[in-house]
Design a protein around this ligand. Structure first.
Ligand code: SAH
Length: 254
């Protein structure tokens, strides 16, 4: 059996209870060494074989899993944040399907949630934004042309941009070209929830300068939109005394 497990954004106590139990039971752990906190590996059994996938190809990962299966061992494939975002899990799952190897997936706290926690943000503020766009700039990995930053920027919704901290001048240019005012609030969160977490609030047009000043080129998320620093916003309907819900009679009829 293979468990794909989300390690969470960094702090070792932000793995799920289920994910931690899988780690403790695993005979083999293959972890994404570039971003998974190695402290999580301290939970492994003494006899557990541990591999760092940062140095491995897909084929090598699959070989380790296959050998573990032949020996009737349980493997944890430990991905950073939540495995469903930029985790390259589909290709592993398809290969396991081909080989008839069973697997399941255990969610984790994504770094975009860790970054919101670092800044005490609510991404979905009433009348500011009710949507979060998760995307990235293309690097050596392409992004489909239909998903340009400019096209998403037209919504002026909250946007969380992964894998792009080294391209901030171009990112800002595209965000503004797409429709955000240049002075729209933005944030850079480096290593959210790690002991050396750092965070800065700036604006779209000062993103690159802020990152340069602090030498940030990777392991950071960029958050853009008025929800980062909304001066005023509507309070929620749900908790408004006048508002009737399924559970509470309001002071006014809806
Ligand atoms: N599956 C992961 C994302 C992997 S892609 C998740 O759900 O978070 C790797 C990118 O995620 C990094 O380049 C960076 O942009 C972002 N990232 C991962 N962990 C981070 C953290 N703790 N703080 C800030 N950004 C992080």
């Amino acid at each position: 059996m293979v468990h794909f497990v989300g390690a969470g954004p960094g702090a070792p106590d932000l793995i799920t209870v289920r994910g931690q139990a899988y780690l403790q039971e695993a005979d083999v752990i293959i972890y994404a060494g570039s971003l998974v906190n190695p402290q999580l590996l301290e939970k492994a059994k003494e006899s557990c074989q541990i591999y760092n996938s940062a140095k491995m190809t897909l084929e090598e990962v699959l070989q380790v899993i296959e050998e573990a299966e032949e020996a009737q061992k349980t493997t944890v494939r430990l991905h950073t944040g939540d495995p469903c975002l930029y985790g390259a899990i589909r290709e592993q799952m398809d290969a396991l399907d081909d080989k008839g190897i069973s697997y399941d997936s255990c969610p984790g706290v994504s770094s975009f949630c860790g970054a919101a926690a670092a800044l005490n943000l609510e991404y979905t503020l009433p009348n500011i934004s009710q949507s979060v766009i998760i995307t990235r700039m293309e690097g050596r990995t392409p992004v489909p042309a239909k998903e340009s930053i400019q096209s998403f920027a037209a919504h002026q919704a909250t946007m969380v941009i992964f894998l792009s901290a080294g391209m901030l001048e171009e990112l800002s240019r595209r965000l503004v070209e797409g429709g955000y005012p240049a002075d729209t609030p933005a944030a850079i969160v480096y290593k959210a929830t790690w002991a050396d977490e750092q965070k800065w609030i700036c604006t779209i047009d000062t993103l690159a300068a802020t990152a340069k000043e602090h030498n940030i080129t990777k392991t950071a998320l960029i958050i853009v939109g008025r929800s980062v620093q909304a001066g005023s916003y509507d309070r929620s309907c749900l908790y408004d005394p006048a508002f009737t819900t399924e559970f509470r009679q309001g002071t006014k009829e809806p």
